[in-house]
Ligand binder design. Sequence first.
Ligand code: DX5
Ligand code: ZN
Length: 215
Amino acid sequence: MALIAPSLLSADFLNLERDCKMLDKSEADYFHLDVMDGRFVPNISFGMSIIKQMRKTTSKFFDVHLMILEPEKYAEDFRKAGADGLTVHLEACVHLHRNLQQIRSLGMKTGVAINPHTPVDLLRDVIHDIDLVCLMSVNPGFGGQSFIPHSLQKIKDLRQLITERNVHTLIEVDGGVNIENAGTIIAAGADVLVAGNAVFSSPDPSDTISQLKKL
Ligand code: DX5
Ligand code: ZN
């Protein structure tokens, strides 16, 4: 059984309070919050002021996925807005180890996301400092894309690295996850499933979350 992290990127922003309360009552484990700066990725989403508002609706874990350059400039602001975990992109960090120390010192769980082209091997010397690895199974920037099949091999490689190093890092898979492929993704070794489109475009999002939870 995996943890389920619905991505609010696919929520109805005119009814954000309704969608947040629905997730709060559902079997969702995390709120996955995608922050985009229009520089690291070719899209702009939302920032700390929206997260601060969402924080009023739930006490569930806020899993904040930063698709931004220079995340160190904003880590403290995201903490203040209510982030419980902060995930930065390896590709956006010149001093990744320093960024992780900063996140931890602010009292948050540390996360590192890697793009589809980035080998899992690059995490070898920092894995013991990471609470969650977010394996991107699409190119970041947009919801509703198709799962890249090679991601399954990356999940297996990362699981092997985690076992070898005897650490407790969670494997999160982000992008193109749906009811049809979730079982295979869990079998490959995923601990946390992000699902945006699959949840919010379904007729009954709360029921879709329950179905994902049962796999
Ligand atoms: C993509 C984001 C994802 C996205 C997932 O850049 O990081 O979290 O919202 O959406 P789906 O599940 O629709 O692929
Ligand atoms: Zn994400």
